[in-house]
Design a protein around this ligand. Structure first.
Ligand code: SAH
Length: 278
């Protein structure tokens, strides 16, 4: 039985009705599962899989890794996993929980076919709260492009800049929607994130991430006007007027938000820290 046949058989056996709101599109291409496993380079390592589903990735990962923590929120899928997949392995630990609610274990590699509904909070949780050195994530193609894009391009934005503070990112491959069942509405792509020592200092991470978020609501504006708008909304933070004439910001003020590099945002938030009052 190949992966597609096995998935359909399990769906039938357990009367599973895939839940769109949980991003339940199961990978049914064995070839793609194999390529994701290879990209993850998990030989002998400890892995965290987020959203194990029916085990399409869990099994190939467990056959290489030392240990796989598999998190899955849906009790019915957990039951199927226990009865059909886990029996064959002594190195899979199933955690029946919502990833956003748990303290994840420290691991070497994170692998996930990311549930679309929680993609953004999942990425921020990975960045801020999870100990690992590499993540191999299957995401909606559009999201993958947003993570890996360059300043000035259409896809460059909040996600690109925020995640750059934590990871270097690389787009690896596109996956057609027919590799999943049920088929999602759009194609997907695999992105690898490598944790790296920061290439710039950030004085106040909360402030930095908040500022990036707000500035990108004004992506086409010059920094000067974007800051004016954002400062009036970033309550309860108040931006002292003197910030607008600080020499350290001069070279950025007449650039558009979407043209600023991740390191520019770090510099800007570092300077603005001197001018913000609560
Ligand atoms: N990895 C499997 C399943 C992908 S579908 C495969 O590739 O086939 C995404 C999976 O994430 C679903 O099984 C869904 O139930 C699970 N999921 C969705 N939200 C979750 C959350 N907050 N925490 C843990 N798992 C979640």
């Amino acid at each position: 039985m190949n992966l597609r046949e096995r998935t359909l058989a399990l769906i039938k056996k357990y009367s599973i009705v895939p839940k769109r709101e949980l991003g339940q599109s199961f990978l049914v291409s064995e070839k793609v599962a194999q390529r994701i496993t290879e990209l993850s380079r998990v030989d002998g390592l400890v892995v965290l899989e987020i959203g194990a589903g029916l085990g399409a990735l869990t099994e190939p990962l467990a056959s290489k890794a030392r240990l796989v923590y598999a998190i899955e929120v849906d009790p019915l899928l957990c039951k199927a996993l226990r009865e059909e997949v886990l029996k064959g392995y002594d190195n899979i630990v199933l955690i029946e929980a919502d990833f956003l609610e748990v303290t994840p274990p420290s691991v070497d590699v994170v692998v996930s076919n990311v549930p679309y509904s929680i993609a953004t909070p999942l990425l921020f949780k990975l960045a801020r709260e999870c100990a690992f050195s590499r993540a191999v994530l299957t995401l909606q193609k559009e999201l993958a492009l947003r993570i890996t894009s360059k300043p000035g391009t259409r896809d460059y934005g909040r996600l690109t800049v925020s995640l750059d503070a934590f990871f270097s990112s690389r787009m690896h491959m596109l996956i057609r929607k027919r590799a999943f069942y049920p088929e999602p509405e759009v194609d997907s792509a695999v992105v690898a994130l490598e944790r790296r020592p920061p290439s710039y200092e950030i004085r106040d991470l909360d402030l930095h991430l908040e500022l990036v978020k707000w500035l990108f609501t004004q992506r086409n504006k010059l920094l000067r006007s974007a800051l004016r708008i954002v400062a009036s909304r970033l309550l309860p933070l108040r931006l002292n007027e003197k910030a607008f004439t600080d020499a350290r910001l001069r070279e950025y003020m007449n650039k558009r938000v979407r043209e600023l590099k991740p390191s520019d945002f770090a510099h800007i938030s570092n300077v603005l820290k001197d001018y913000l009052t609560y």
